[in-house]
Design a protein around this ligand. Sequence first.
Ligand SMILES: Cc1cc2nc3c(=O)[nH]c(=O)nc-3n(C[C@H](O)[C@H](O)[C@H](O)COP(=O)(O)OP(=O)(O)OC[C@H]3O[C@@H](n4cnc5c(N)ncnc54)[C@H](O)[C@@H]3O)c2cc1C
Length: 415
Amino acid sequence: MSGSALVIGGGVVGCASALSLARLGWRVELLEAGTVGGGCSHGNCGYVCPSHVLPLAVPGAVGTALRAMLRGDAAITIAPRLDPTLARWLFRFWKQCRNDLAVTSARGRHALLTSSRSLYEQLFREEGVDAHLEEKGLLLVYPNEREFQAHSETAAWLGTEFGIETRAISAADLTEFEPALKPGLGGGWWYEGDAHVDPDQVVTALRLLAERAGVSMLEGVTVTDLIVRGESVQTVVTTAGDIDADVVVVATGAEAPFLSRRLGLKLPIQPGKGYSITLRTPERAPLVPMVFEAQHVAVTPFRDSFRIGSTMEFAGYDRTLSDERLALLRRSAAEHLVDPGSGPPLEEWCGWRPMTPDDLPFIGPVPRVNNVFVAAGNGMIGLSTAPATGLLVAELASGVKPHLDPAPYRLDRFR
Ligand SMILES: Cc1cc2nc3c(=O)[nH]c(=O)nc-3n(C[C@H](O)[C@H](O)[C@H](O)COP(=O)(O)OP(=O)(O)OC[C@H]3O[C@@H](n4cnc5c(N)ncnc54)[C@H](O)[C@@H]3O)c2cc1C
């Protein structure tokens, strides 16, 4: 290919898409409204987690979330308001909560997760781009014996169905395995194939590789419209003037519905607001990343800091930091860790996860428009699935044989 490609959005997915397009021969320009990597890709928990094949929508998910909301300690909350788009999204989510559909989503997620895991390994082997991927697995920590035992069925299924290896760590062995944990917890499951990384370093590495491959990146430029003539987009209207491109890739994360609406496409993506607190590394920092399943709170030990993150608020496109949600993160860390960190935080942050009802991203061509592709909706695993998402959209835009079956991610699947 030797045409021009424009990638809109400079998150981890946009950067990975730009890199793959450039490597397939396109002249690539990437436009980012803010700073590259400054969206949801910035303050996330940094898990590269092939174990996360299960979608959020599983049988019983709605009931569990409603019960937690009534108790007041829910990881998922919905801000009460009249929002027909959110209501439609929630209805679709509820319809997804079936065994067969959850398994279909899990297969689609597994394909992206495993491909991305090996693509990251290849990318970070290249000269000067080591993002320090730490291969220490991921420990799920349960508050009591009953909940610890209840996970064994899921663990066995993940092993049989997807070859995901896990090890049960009993309550008695837990503090020896992870001395940062308080005694008295119910046990843990260790997913040894998972890894973690500082998400800023991933974007920096992808950006470096993309620029080396010839991509030019413009920051502070917002795309405001896509003008269709005939059956293709001819002009991309931006705050820095109009731009023409042979191919356009919309990689604007949770904001993808805005631009796709200009193309007659209604993408069911909702911003699922999550929070994180980054602290100086405490004296007795965790050795491995962990998820405290009681509140679904994640902790990640980075090289020179420590992050607590989680919660999912469906509150529209709202960037307010809620003290209550941040307090929930700190409370969960204090309940589980000997030393949950003290002192002023280095950063308190929130970001919009691009959530789809079936927890699969949209990757592929826009129906009825010849030259626009979408790569968005990677939900809770965007960091873990970015390389394969970017490669797949670049392959589809280039008309080469895709390395994955693109069918699970097609844009018209909710029609
Ligand atoms: C608390 C939390 C923890 C998480 N932990 C993990 C984890 O451990 N592992 C994992 O895999 N995932 C995790 N995630 C999810 C992950 O962060 C997201 O899936 C991922 O960052 C999405 O990347 P993206 O590139 O699609 O979106 P973004 O990073 O949001 O990038 C989209 C970019 O598009 C730009 N943009 C939007 N509109 C326009 C426009 N019109 N013109 C130009 N630019 C535009 C935005 O400014 C933004 O920079 C977590 C998320 C949260 C909130």
